[in-house]
Design a protein around this ligand. Structure first.
Ligand code: FES
Length: 315
């Protein structure tokens, strides 16, 4: 969340287990008052109890909200942001939450194909409810491993024949075959949110579709800190301040922990907001933003680390 952005303190007013690993959090102002509205596909950035910023799609109706409802999956290998929501954000806790933003907006179209995999259902189900309420034609394909792992299963079933729910039972032989949906491009706009392999498959299948017709939501948390990561030190060249980056924190988080002013958004290496100049040091670049020619002089502090030794940043 850009530190200069509008944020507000919201209280966790309700937690609801959707599956063994997915919990829905309802956030609202202490007085229950109105919140900024949003459109389907929008997300907010939450400062989690671990202080890591995480983006979560909004699942409720955003026309005139007094709540923001999120569904979060507990990822065993996560670096702590979402994990801390499970462990340290009980009902009654206050969290700082950004205004909603939407980089996955429904554009006007005569019909839509919505594709969700796993927790990717969060923005997609908001779209499905919106389109159903409008009477706009759509199809939704929702893929999960098994029924007990399927968030919002009954809500999606209630949308009727527009929705196909597919369980692959973790068997590659049983993965859903999307080819029929892409074989003949039509006037549909496609919205896809799910695990990386699913999105890669859809990109490949839709390669010959007209440009701009297939939309992806790609801010899924990435494995930013890895088991074999080690601590190192960054020096902020303008002040000379040295900041220790622990093995389990990003540079950005360590700077924030040290009281430095930081600017960020996705914290997943995809948006470019946290880019800064690199003066010295060997970097393990983990972003998907920098051009090859920038990698010697720039670094994305939310994901990248020293590959050996320490770093000097132009900050
Ligand atoms: S905050 Fe988005 S790339 Fe770092």
């Amino acid at each position: 969340m850009p530190d200069d952005n509008q944020t507000r303190a919201l209280v966790v007013s309700q937690r609801r287990a959707l599956t063994d690993s997915i919990t829905e959090f309802t956030l609202q102002l202490a007085d229950g008052g109105p919140l900024p509205g949003f459109t389907p596909g929008a997300h907010v950035t939450v400062q989690t109890p671990s202080k890591a910023m995480r983006r979560y799609s909004l699942v409720n109706d955003g026309a005139a909200p007094n709540q923001y409802v999120l569904a979060i999956k507990r990822e065993p290998k996560s670096r702590g942001g979402s994990q801390s929501m499970f462990d340290s954000a009980p009902e009654g806790v206050t969290l700082q939450v950004s205004d909603p933003e939407n980089s996955f907006k429904l554009v006007p179209a005569p019909k839509y194909l919505l594709i969700a995999g796993g927790i990717g259902i969060t923005p997609i189900q908001a779209m499905a409810h919106h389109l159903a309420a409008q009477g706009t034609p759509f199809q939704l394909v929702y893929c999960t491993m098994a029924a007990p792992e399927t968030a919002y299963l009954e809500e999606m079933r209630a949308l009727g024949s527009a929705v196909t729910i597919h369980h692959d039972n973790a068997d590659p032989e049983q993965l859903y075959d999307f080819w029929d949906h892409f074989e003949k491009p039509d006037a549909s706009h496609v919205y896809c949110c799910g695990p990386a392999p699913m999105m890669e498959e859809i990109k490949a299948l839709a390669g010959f579709w007209p440009e701009g017709r297939v939309h992806f939501e790609e801010f899924k948390p990435v494995e930013i800190v890895r088991a074999d990561d080690v601590a190192f030190t960054v020096t902020l060249a303008r002040s000379g301040k040295k900041i220790d980056v622990p093995a389990d924190r990003s540079i950005l988080e360590a700077m924030r922990d040290a009281g430095e002013k930081t600017v960020s958004s996705c914290e997943s290496g995809v948006c470019g907001t946290c880019k800064c100049g690199l003066i010295e040091g060997d970097v393990d670049h983990r972003d998907s933003v920098l051009l090859d020619e920038e990698r010697g002089t720039m670094i994305m502090t939310c994901v990248s680390r020293a590959s050996s030794g320490d770093l000097v940043l132009d900050l």
